[in-house]
Design a protein around this ligand. Structure first.
Ligand SMILES: C[S@@+](CC[C@H](N)C(=O)[O-])C[C@H]1O[C@@H](n2cnc3c(N)ncnc32)[C@H](O)[C@@H]1O
Length: 240
């Protein structure tokens, strides 16, 4: 997890925390190590099996739930003080409204939703020609547009031979997120834009102590990550 997520969450010791989507559970288990009673949710049972093995190996305790982030089980309603979403999540989800409302319902009133993820501008940037000083917008910046790519490997290992190589994602603008939070009765208390990204999107990006940044002249002028924290107000719309 990033220092930013940690500082937004504050002291999590004894807090009930939901991390989603959690993939192999590495971030979720880091919250457990900080003393949170942690639940990780993902729709990949294979990923959750690895998370479960890691939990045992590290002598930690965590709950793993296999579900779609847009259909968080009713048993998790009002069950958490904090819900955390980290890098590599928003662009995977088609129905932002259903997702945000589900997360709002899983919080206790006064509970906080924290999202730290890739900025829509960064998702839209074409970085292939960075070394020639060219930076282009290659996909829509908003509107939930569907992006399809054929690419081998995965973000965990670019060189890996994979059989299923069609990738689908969605371009959600920040207004969609803010709008969904408003409808879900979440009050945004923090919003930030940051010039670093957690991973090296292009070999020409430069590693710094906080992550990877674009080369000059863009190094501190283009947001690659955004952060949001919102508080659940007492009333949340019922499940659609
Ligand atoms: C890039 S990873 C997220 C990494 C995460 N930030 C972490 O801590 O490891 C994306 C994950 O989203 C999961 N995912 C994508 N769409 C989902 C959905 N609709 N419901 C549940 N999980 C989903 C995938 O299975 C994958 O594990």
């Amino acid at each position: 997890m990033s220092d930013l997520e940690r500082s937004l969450a504050g002291d999590v010791c004894g807090k009930r925390l939901l991390h989603l989507p959690c993939h192999l559970g590495v971030d979720a288990l880091s919250w457990a190590q900080l003393g949170a009673t942690t639940t990780g949710l993902d729709f990949s049972q294979n990923a959750l099996d690895v998370a479960s093995d890691l939990t045992e190996e590290l002598g930690l305790s965590a709950n793993w739930v296999c579900a779609d982030v847009c259909q968080i089980p009713a048993s998790l309603e009002s069950a958490f003080d904090i819900v955390v979403v980290s890098h590599g999540s928003v662009a995977w989800v088609k129905d932002i409204q259903a997702w945000i409302e589900g997360m709002a319902r899983s919080l206790v009133p006064g509970g906080r939703l924290i999202i730290v993820d890739e900025h829509p501008l960064s998702i839209s940037l074409e970085t292939e020609e960075l070394e020639r000083g060219v930076l282009r917008i290659s996909s829509p910046l908003m509107g939930g547009a569907r992006i399809e790519q054929i690419a081998r490997g995965s973000y965990a290992d670019r060189q890996q031979n994979t059989n299923h190589n069609r990738r689908v994602g969605w371009c959600h603008g920040l207004a969609e997120l803010f709008g969904a939070m408003t409808v879900a009765n979440l009050r945004v208390e923090h919003f930030g834009e940051h010039s670093w990204c957690e991973w090296q999107k292009s070999p020409n990006m430069i590693e710094t102590s906080g992550g990877y940044v674009l080369p000059v002249p863009w190094s501190d002028s283009i947001p690659l990550t955004f952060s949001m924290m919102a508080k659940r107000l007492p009333f949340v719309p019922t499940q659609r």
